[in-house]
Ligand binder design. Sequence first.
Ligand code: NAP
Ligand code: GDD
Length: 331
Amino acid sequence: MGDVRGGKTALVTGITGQDGSYLAELLLAKGYRVVGVVRRSSTTPYERIAHLVDRIELLSADLLDQTSLVDAMAEVHPDEIYNLAAQSFVATSWNQPVLTGEFTGLGVTRMLEAMRRVVPKARFYQASSSEQFGMVQETPQRESTPFYPRSPYGVAKVYAHWITVNYRESFGLYAVSGILFNHESPRRGLEFVTRKVTDAVARIKLGQANELRLGNLDARRDWGFAGDYVDAMWRMLQQETPGDYVIGTGETWTVRQLCEEAFGYVGLDWRAHVVTDPRFARPAEVELLVADPSKAKRALGWEPTVRFRQLVRMMVDADLARHRMHVPSPA
Ligand code: NAP
Ligand code: GDD
């Protein structure tokens, strides 16, 4: 059954996550019927999509369970499938490497198999990552840059990337990978460094905390805004032929610069509050990421609209507003 309203139907895994919530908003605005996959839980982690729940459908399935994915495809009959679900926190992937491989790696094969068997004419988006470049082999990183992952998460994403390419080439599926560099927002999980910093800045500014403990301040990332990046995902599925694309801003900043910007924005000196703590250092680090997004600009007409400083300020403002109202974090 396609879309009863005449538009397209999208099936989105990971809809309760940061990107899932922005993508759902974008697809609804374009007139899609949006069906989100949620896994069974004793609580309902719907904070990021609370404002959307009456406009989307939710369906229970799990990337660990093949049958549930086949049933989901058969029930929804999607035109487009966005596979955003993953164990997405790099640090956790060293503590739970097998589970990360199951969700983030093999889970993609389960999705592709379900699609191949039930809806082979659908279009499939895989959430690939700049973590696949790991110890970078060239700078900036582009579609042809060789992968050298540096964490169980990165390894799982390389597998996921190549299985997507293989299902495209072996079975003729319309399956693409978006190799997305770090993207953030006020809905970013609190464990990721941008949100950890902006949340701490807000609490320190409001007198609710005094210290922020971080790991490697020298790591460099190409940080963009999640709202821009879900638009790139959608554009990838509208092309005549499937292909893979790097998505990033082309600028790179250190964690130290992130601290300077976020603390400085509210008139604080980061050096008075940030303490380096080896507990937050990683067994292997990805030192430098910076994208060459020229293929996406050329072929998709995609460009980031929000730059680093604006992004950091947007996140600090949102955390200040939330803490002022004592609202629990959405993440
Ligand atoms: P996120 O906020 O951590 O969201 C992850 C989503 O996956 C959540 O909805 C989670 O559901 C779901 N999930 C996890 N395990 C699942 C399972 N076994 N079955 C079904 N659902 C499961 O991640 P994000 O930042 O939105 O990122 C979206 C995707 O893009 C991820 O694949 C990530 O690895 C990838 N990516 C992200 C970035 C970035 O900078 N954000 C960059 C490149 C690639 P619960 O709510 O139940 O936990
Ligand atoms: N999380 C965290 N916490 N990171 C810290 C900290 C800290 O206290 N201190 C320094 N860092 C450094 C990390 O070592 C890393 O170099 C950098 O900050 C960014 O870390 P995260 O924000 O956790 O993101 P990530 O780059 O490891 O992974 C994110 O981006 C990937 C795309 O490149 C995630 O969203 C992945 O799912 C995504 O694929």
